[in-house]
Design a protein around this ligand. Structure first.
Ligand code: ZN
Length: 457
């Protein structure tokens, strides 16, 4: 007798789509059966006509908890993730108060968020100039990677110089960790921003021109070189440009363990959205041209990316239009940079990829589950539909049409660049370790069902 049987679905993995039934015992996948083989189970879910994906993994989320819960908290952020199909999120250490940069803070954060999670979560450890001595302890705690910035960062965090990155990656290499970077060259951006301001170019085209692809390219190439020199595993966060993705692909082809992610907004929205609609579409790196969006998909398809992340970077309405922490917004450069997308990441990727571009669903299973799990050291539990893995499953109705409305968002702040977007193909049931946590846009589990996942040793 099994606990759950998901029957009649098209089971999607990184390499195949097969019809069959998935039997769950406790929290694990216990059997994968041929069509018609239907053992008894306490709960039977009929997935006829639907895809059954491995639960998606969001490699890059900012849930702001503890510290800035009025931007997002675990209850709202992970509920949104559950409805949208991310069964594991990897949460960022910054925009926490304080930023999570020591082992003691790891425990404090875990205690604060664990009663409220609806999906499983991993922690990125902080990587700032003054916590190099804490990195090993954070790894021992189970951090799946370390997050740093080459380039501007929010006030509660500090970016690294290339020299500091070189030292940090020597340390991280020693214990087999992965260093992840926001790659936008600081000097390039600061200079361009000054040029724009001096010229009175305070419009959205001025913002876009202040963060050119070359800034992203310079920082990425430098981090790749430091990774090669140190032998440290690296991860390039939120790649917006296909030319940058090409550099990463070349390093991968040379045999270096350099992973990267892109985000659902870089695969769907463009610079024209920024120019037309402004604040809600501001993010960093910025949105690129339609031609670059189309070419970026090629790197999803060829497996360069280990993640289609949300980079869920929530804020209040005021922080997009009026003021941030008491400071009045004077121009485009002051506006909060970040897009909320943890609820819509999978459906946007499915629509833009599988529906619009004819991408095989196996590509999403690879880019959103298998490869992220491998890159962040949780494959074996997460990222695949195999016997013995956690029963994290995502049932997707490929024919269901949708429109994203602000009322449908479960965020603390029900605002997003994705509001108004329409598409086809929607997660209709999300299962985390055998528990159905969301169905048809609604949460069906109790808070606290999500648990901390530590890097597998
Ligand atoms: Zn981020």
């Amino acid at each position: 007798m099994y606990d759950v049987l998901v029957k009649n679905g098209k089971i999607v993995t990184a390499d195949s789509i097969t019809e069959g039934n998935i039997a769950v015992k406790g929290e694990k996948i216990a059997a994968i059966l041929a069509p018609g083989d239907e053992p008894e189970a306490a709960k039977v879910i009929d997935a006829a006509g639907k895809y059954v994906f491995p639960g998606a993994i969001d490699t890059h989320a900012h849930l702001n908890d503890p510290g800035y819960e009025w931007r997002e908290d675990y209850a709202h952020g992970t509920a949104a993730a559950a409805v949208g199909g991310y069964t594991t999120i990897i949460d960022m250490p910054l925009q926490n108060e304080p930023a999570m940069t020591t082992a003691a803070l790891f425990d404090k954060k875990e205690a604060a968020v664990s009663p409220n999670a609806y999906v499983d979560y991993c922690f990125w450890g902080g990587l700032i100039p003054d916590n190099f001595g804490d990195l090993k302890d954070l790894d021992d705690k189970g951090c799946v990677a370390f997050k740093s910035f080459i380039g501007p960062v929010s006030p509660d965090y500090s970016s690294l110089s290339y020299g500091q990155a070189y030292e940090a990656m020597q340390i991280i290499k020693e214990f087999g960790g992965r260093a992840g970077f926001h790659c936008e060259d600081f000097s390039t951006i600061k200079w361009q921003e000054k040029r724009m301001k001096d010229a009175g170019r305070l419009d959205w085209q001025g913002f876009l021109d202040s963060r050119p692809v070359i800034a992203e390219m310079l920082a990425t190439v430098d981090i790749i070189e430091i990774a090669k020199a140190t032998g440290c595993k690296a991860h390039i966060c939120h790649v917006s440009s296909p030319d940058v993705a090409q550099k990463i692909k070349e390093a991968q082809q040379e045999g270096y363990d350099i992973t990267a992610e892109t985000c659902s907004h870089y695969l769907s929205l463009t610079d024209q959205d920024v120019i037309k609609n402004g604040p809600m579409f501001k993010c960093a790196p910025p949105l690129r041209s339609q031609e670059e969006v189309d070419r970026l998909w090629e790197y999803v398809i060829d497996g360069t990316f280990s993640g289609i992340a949300s980079d869920h970077s929530p804020c209040s309405y005021d922080e997009k239009y009026n003021e941030i922490l008491g400071a009045k917004i004077e121009n485009v450069f002051d506006v909060w940079g970040g897009i909320s997308g943890i609820q819509s990441g999978f459906q946007v990727a499915f629509h833009e990829g599988c529906v619009k571009r004819g991408v095989c669903p196996t590509v999403l299973a690879n880019a959103m589950a298998a490869q992220p799990a491998k890159a962040f050291g949780i494959y074996g539990r997460k990222g695949d539909i195999r016997i013995g893995f956690d029963a994290d499953l995502l049932i997707v109705d490929p024919d269901k049409e949708w429109e994203i409305t602000s009322e449908s968002l479960l965020y603390v702040n029900k605002i997003s660049a994705f509001v108004g977007m329409k598409g086809k193909g929607l997660p209709v049931c999300t299962i985390v370790r055998g528990s159905v946590v969301a169905e048809d846009g609604k949460i069906t589990a109790e808070k606290g069902v999500g648990t901390l996942i530590r890097k597998l040793k």
